[in-house]
Design a protein around this ligand. Structure first.
Ligand SMILES: *Cc1c(COP(=O)(O)O)cnc(C)c1O
Length: 362
């Protein structure tokens, strides 16, 4: 069959604020698999009948869910006559912005925290031809800078569009993940929707999507479970974290742009937000790869780590429940983290003898 998936804007055009005549900037993002994870369910909630699904967003065109929002943000930027887009980013927003800007033939500037961006993300930004500016500050510093600069007069005359998740079009695109999940579950929302929370754009967008879909098609609503890293958990602690630290660099954020919206979404859904330490994020990250063959970047395992934690402490009863964990980004984004966590490969002489001895002894 011909591949007819047109990208998220056209696939869900009745739910998105674009007209049929809009020139859409797309890389055919979305339509990512929802993978049943039976072995993992058995490992975290043995005998409970938990139906666990993994929404593998790492299979988007630039390797993260950010592409869903970026198709909408860049489509709108072009419609507004922008000749450039700008963002601050821990890496994935930058890579996605760079790709969609290339696709649209416009300029792309990205501010990243120096030395804190994972290798695969930096490589992609450079390959797509973005102007990468490393700042000796955090993501939050970069976001303050780009927010201010786009308001300056000089810029207003040469429109630069800000494509961080404070851009409302990003959320419009990102809400389509909720639509897909309901469609893939046969027209029903899961009981629990679990995901990592950094800037809180995704949890806000997903909740918007679930609500809209429920209104139009009666899917019901999930409860939201958000996971933050313990060293970068402002929403859990109720205060800005000045120096966020975590191996999960995609959620290394101390002052989330969508803080209030996330609290509303959690409240409305009867949800939970919790902090998980790096050790448990990595344990979940390892389980995803070793038990299900799914390689993600560390931040992406935070939803699963949060689910396991809440089951272990009795806050979530997994009995006959359906849970979806959103795996936000691909493992190849952060090869350094993967290699640092692994045992180094075995070295053998290039002889059959050596291989035979090895097999006999293991
Ligand atoms: C952006 C991102 C997140 C966090 O999403 P927010 O919308 O900032 O909460 C989590 N994981 C990955 C891989 C990301 O790229």
């Amino acid at each position: 069959m011909a591949n007819s998936w047109p990208g998220v804007i056209r696939a869900y055009e009745n739910y998105l604020p674009f007209s049929a005549s809009t020139e859409v900037v797309t890389l055919n993002e979305g339509n990512t698999p929802l993978i049943r994870a039976g072995r993992l369910a058995e490992a975290i909630a043995p005998g409970s009948g938990l139906r666990l699904f993994l929404k593998y967003e790492g299979l988007n065109p630039t390797g993260s869910f950010k592409d869903r929002g970026m198709t909408a943000a860049v489509t709108q930027a072009v419609r507004d006559g922008a000749h450039a887009i700008i963002c601050a980013s821990t890496g994935n927003t930058a890579a996605s912005a760079a790709a969609y800007a290339a696709r649209a033939g416009i300029r792309c500037l990205v501010l990243v925290p120096e030395g804190k961006i994972a290798l695969g993300k930096l490589a992609a930004c450079l390959a797509y031809g973005a102007e990468v500016i490393a700042i000796d500050g955090s993501f939050d510093d970069g976001l303050d800078m780009v927010r201010t600069i786009v308001d300056r007069d000089a810029i207003a005359r040469h429109p630069i569009s800000l494509v961080n998740s404070i851009n409302p079009w990003r959320l419009q695109g990102q809400k389509t993940a909720a639509f897909e999940i309901c469609d893939q579950l046969g027209g029903a929302a899961p009981d629990w929707h679990c995901l990592p929370v950094g800037n809180a754009g995704n949890i806000t967008a997903c909740w918007m999507g679930f609500r809209e879909y429920d209104e139009h098609t009666g899917t019901g609503l999930p409860r939201l479970l958000g996971g933050q890293a313990s060293g970068a958990a402002p929403i859990v602690q109720g205060e800005v974290v000045a120096h966020p630290e975590t191996i999960a660099t995609a959620i290394r954020i101390g002052n989330p742009a969508r803080w209030r919206e996330a609290l509303d979404a959690l409240d409305e859904s009867g949800g939970i937000i919790t902090a998980v330490d790096d050790e448990h994020i990595l344990a979940s990250w390892r389980m995803l790869a070793a038990k299900e063959g799914i390689f993600v970047e560390p931040a992406s395992a935070t939803g699963l780590a949060a689910l396991k934690q809440q089951i272990d402490c009795g806050e979530i009863d997994p009995t006959d429940k359906t849970a979806v964990c959103v795996l936000t980004g691909h493992g190849l984004k952060d090869p350094d983290a993967a290699v640092a966590q692994a045992k180094p490969p075995r070295t053998l002489p290039a002889t059959l003898d050596a291989l035979e001895r090895y097999l006999a002894n293991t």
